[in-house]
Structures are given as C-alpha cells and as structure tokens.
Ligand binder design. Structure first.
Ligand code: GLC
Ligand code: CA
Length: 549
C-alpha cells in the first residue's frame, strides 16, 4: 500500500456559522476561526475542512452558492480568508475547501441567465425538461420546479433554490475546473466534494420506484453513468497538478463503487466519505429515534475496513454537520456516562484504518440539543420534514418528535461552547441558533484545564496515530462479531499488533484476553484497570488499546 500524507492526517471539520463569532452579530466568521487556530494546533489536527464560506443566500446554510469566488458577507472578506489561510499555514495546518458543484444557488449568475430563455448561452448549464416526473427532492416535495420565465421545469435534488448543474455540458465542467484551479493557485490544500456521487444523471429520466434510501431518483442520479469519466477528467485537469487532499462525499456508494472513486490506481479522489454506518432505516426516511444494534454497526465497519484494505481509502467519522452529536447517538449523554462514552467512541473510531474526521465540538463531547418545539429548528431539512410528516397528518407529533430530537442536523449546528460565560463565549450578541444550555458544564476552557478531559483524550489519540504507522497502515480483523456489547478488533502490520476493546453498553462486561495480547502494553484507556489480567471485567463504556511486537 502506498504511503501518503493524507492517509496519515487527522481532519477537523469547521462549520463556520457556529464556530466563533468575532464581531458580535451572532454568526461565526473567518476572523473567529483565525482566532482559534492555536486551539486546533493544540488538539494536534493537521487539516481543517471548512464547510462553505462562499457567497450564498443561505437557503441551505452556504450549500447553495451564488458566487464561488466570493466570501459570504456574514463571514467576512477575501482578505479575511487570505489571512486565515496564511495563519493556518504558519502553524502547519492545511485548509480543505468544500466544493459544492452538484448544484448552485438559483441566485448564481449562471442560473439567472439560464432561466431566461432557450436561446441564452447558459440555457443548458442546468437540467431543464418540458415535463416533470415523480422524483421527490432530498428536502421534501417534488425534485422539479416550474419556472415561469423559461416555461420549463428544472431539476433540484435538494431545495428549489439549489438547481442541479448539467455536468454533461463540457462548458459547465470547464467552468468548475477553472474555479477549482483559481482556489488551488491561492494555495488551498484540497477539496471536500459535496454529494459528488450525484453529479452524473441518466439521459432518460423515468418515474422511479421510490423504495431506496434516495427515493425515486436514486437509480438515475446516484453513481450515474459518467461520474467516473468526469472525475478522471477533473483529476487530469486540476487535481493531479497539486498536492491535495480530495475527499468525495459519496452517499449511497457500495464498497465496490468506492474502489472506483478512491482506488489506489484510479486517478480520481484520495478517499470516499460514505454513510452506510450512519444511515438509518427508519419508517420515516432518515428520521428515527432508535440506536442501531451493535452487531449491525460492527458488520458495516468491518466490511468497509476489510474490502477497501490495500485497494482504496476511506474516511472515518461518526458525525458531521448533517448528523446528530455522536455521544448522544452512539454513546450516552447522561452526565454520569457522557465523558467516558465519548472517549470510548473516539477510541473505537480512531484505531481503525482511514482518515479520521473530527466534527467541531466532538472533541469536547458536546451533546444533542434539548429542542422544545418545531420553531426551534433553523435547518431547511428539519423544517421541511416536520411539514411533510406531521403537518400533513402522516405521523402524529408525539411519534415523530423523538425522531427529530434524535436525528436533526441542527443538533450538530449549535455553537461551540468555548467557556462558561454567556452564550458559551461564542458571541457577545444573540446567536443565530441557541447555544446548548449545558455550556456551563461542557466547554473548551474547562476541558483545556482538565488533563482527563475528552479534549485531552482526543489529543492523545491523534498523537498515537502519528507515533504508530500500525494505526494508519495495519490490517484490520474483527473479533467477537456477534457480541452485542463489545466492539473488538485487531490491527496488524508486520510483527506489530494492536488490540482495541470497547464496551458500548452501560453494563459491566466480561472479556477474555486473547492469549497473544496477555502482557501487552496499554497505549490508551478511558478508565483505569489492570489490562494484564486474562479475565477482565469492563466497566460501562470502558475502552482500551493494547500493543504488542
Ligand atoms: C451535502 C451537505 C449538506 C447539504 C447537501 C446539499 O449532503 O453535507 O449539508 O445540505 O449536500 O448541498
Ligand atoms: Ca460574526
């Protein structure tokens, strides 16, 4: 397997709106990020993935871009961006930009032109049809919007303010490559590519059956006919000219397909960011209030660890700006178990193969937000889901509400809790979305002062990855796959071996040490125990890692 810096790196995702506000308008901004670079350096991460900071009317918080080469006014100016980039580089931190090119905003110049008439030079920059089909959009309602001026329907797989670009048009592709080159010349260090598995659509667009994870459009828009051709072209024209980290957000991808997107010899992307382990198969689309049984979760992780080994590269994550908070979802956010379970989850993830992504606040063990009413939501997806499922009468409020609390993206979007002053130190003004009331107990200042905090635990996990190539390159093997409470696996590189044991339950669990690990060196654990014993009794959420060889 080839060794690459991006395989050895740890990425930290910033959702700028909620990271740090520098001017008291209640909205996080670029100067706020610059002011916290030392904090990130101290954590030990290598790369920052910046969720979109481009000009946007904010229908979907920046994922609807109206100018790819301008900064959103609320976030600052291009000078602020350049200063942030320079300050990051000075500290040895890289900046990866979010590349959202499946769609633009309907306020983008291209779309403003495109909707004018069929004679307009931009007329085929988007996907226009005389008639619509039965496809639903990811955010509810039809995926087609009738446009009064053009007198046709345009396709939008997300909101109607996010029209899908027509990637089959070579002019569109060239515009995208030119824009990417412009950012690369500026000195950025890579791209996270938003829903890149959806850019190529089939020519024919028949009604769909609607039973898959992505509804009616899935078979016609996911991993479409030309996606690999276009990514190879993008690689040749842009990516191959720079030393970048490139990660494709690839919802709905199988391990087989991932080997094409991120295969060692495919010349497309460095790695995929796939969702199988966080996809929910609830009765109401993605909305659920149930934890996935551990054997299922393990089977998914083990499949990806094994199938991509030596062939392609994956990302490691349990949350991001589209997912609820990891400790609430997979661990236990009761104050009694919050810290220990947050550390256990981090251990489980960070000892696997892949590039780890830490979503802002995860390193503090931040929790889901106690939303009280539908009016508390800011996220377009959550708002539409409530309308579509509850207000339409399909499901009762009492049934759907726990699913919203458990699954809403807004859980991850509440501001970072920096200290115990008002608004958790995020802003001196009124935050755009409420700060979690637990900021007095859970905040960065307190954790930086406590050597046993979740923050310092993450710092240690990151340092271990730098110290042991085994953690990056070792081969994964699952143990006890059927066990309902323990997640156990080994990693092997030449004569070195690692054993990771995680108790996912709130009960004590017995564990018999595999004989080869008896007497192994403990690299990290979230509780104190004597790991030289052959018969162990693990406390709730206990986790440890042993090293031999
Ligand atoms: C991706 C983003 C998500 C956004 C969507 C549409 O899934 O992560 O936040 O809403 O694409 O751009
Ligand atoms: Ca601000």
């Amino acid at each position: 397997m080839e060794r690459n810096w991006w395989k050895e790196a740890v990425v930290y995702q910033i959702y700028p709106r909620s990271f740090m506000d520098s001017n008291g308008d209640g909205i996080g901004d670029l100067k706020g990020i610059t002011s916290k670079l030392d904090y990130l350096k101290e954590l030990g991460i290598d790369v920052i993935w910046l969720s979109p900071v481009y000009q946007s009317p904010n229908d979907d918080n920046g994922y609807d871009i109206s100018d790819y080469q301008a900064i959103m006014e609320e976030f600052g100016t291009m000078e602020d961006f350049d200063e942030m980039l320079e300050q990051a580089h000075k500290r040895g931190l890289k900046i990866v930009m979010d590349l959202v090119v499946n769609h633009t905003s309907d306020e983008h110049r291209w779309f403003v032109e495109s909707r004018k008439s069929e004679e307009n030079p931009y007329h085929d920059y988007y996907i226009w049809r005389e008639e619509k089909n039965n496809w639903g959009s990811c955010f509810g309602g039809s995926a087609w919007q009738y446009d009064e001026s053009r007198k046709m329907y345009y396709l939008h797989l997300f909101s109607k303010k996010q029209p899908d670009l027509n990637w089959d048009n070579p002019k569109v592709r060239q515009e995208v490559y030119d824009m990417m080159t412009w950012w690369c010349e500026k000195g950025i260090d890579g791209f996270r590519m938003d829903v890149i598995s959806m850019i190529s659509k089939t020519e024919e667009m028949p009604d769909g059956a609607g039973d898959g994870e992505y509804g009616e459009f899935g078979p016609y828009c996911m991993n479409g006919p030309n996606v690999h051709k276009y990514l190879k072209e993008m690689n040749e024209k842009v990516l191959s000219k720079y030393d970048l980290l490139t990660v494709g957000e690839t919802p709905g991808v199988t391990a087989e397909q991932a080997k094409l997107y991120a295969g060692e010899d495919e010349h497309e992307l460095n790695m995929v960011f796939q969702f199988e382990h966080v996809e929910s198969q609830g009765k109401y689309g993605k909305w659920t209030d149930k934890k996935r049984p551990l054997p299922e979760l393990k089977a998914i992780f083990s499949k990806w660890q094994t199938e991509l080994y030596g062939k392609a590269w994956n990302s490691l994550f349990l949350d991001n700006h589209d997912q609820p908070r990891v400790v609430s979802r997979f661990g236990n956010d009761d104050p009694k178990y919050r810290e220990v379970s947050a550390k256990m989850l981090a251990t489980c993830l960070h000892m696997m193969q892949g590039t780890p992504y830490i979503y802002q606040g995860e390193e503090l063990g931040m929790t889901n937000y106690p939303f009280e009413s539908p009016a508390d939501f800011r996220d377009i997806e959550s708002i539409h889901a409530y309308q579509e499922w509850c207000e339409s009468g399909k499901v009762s409020h009492d049934t759907f509400w726990p699913c919203m609390l458990f699954t809403s993206r807004d859980n991850a979007r509440t501001p970072i809790q920096w200290d115990d002053t008002e608004n958790g130190g995020f802003t001196t003004g009124t935050p755009w979305i409420s700060v979690n009331p637990n900021y007095k107990e859970i905040n960065a200042k307190q954790e930086l002062a406590d050597p046993d905090s979740v923050f310092h635990y993450y710092q240690k996990l990151i340092a271990l990855r730098k110290q042991y190539p085994l953690i990056v390159y070792g081969k994964y093997e699952a143990l006890l796959p059927e066990d309902e409470n323990l997640f156990v696996y080994t990693r092997t590189l030449d004569r070195e071996k690692l054993l990771t044991v995680c108790n996912f339950s709130d009960q004590e669990q017995r564990f018999r040490m595999p004989s080869e690990f008896v007497g192994g060196e403990c690299l990290i654990s979230n509780l104190s125990n004597d790991y030289r014993q052959e018969e162990l009794v693990l406390k709730p959420y206990e986790a440890f890692v042993l090293h031999i060889g």
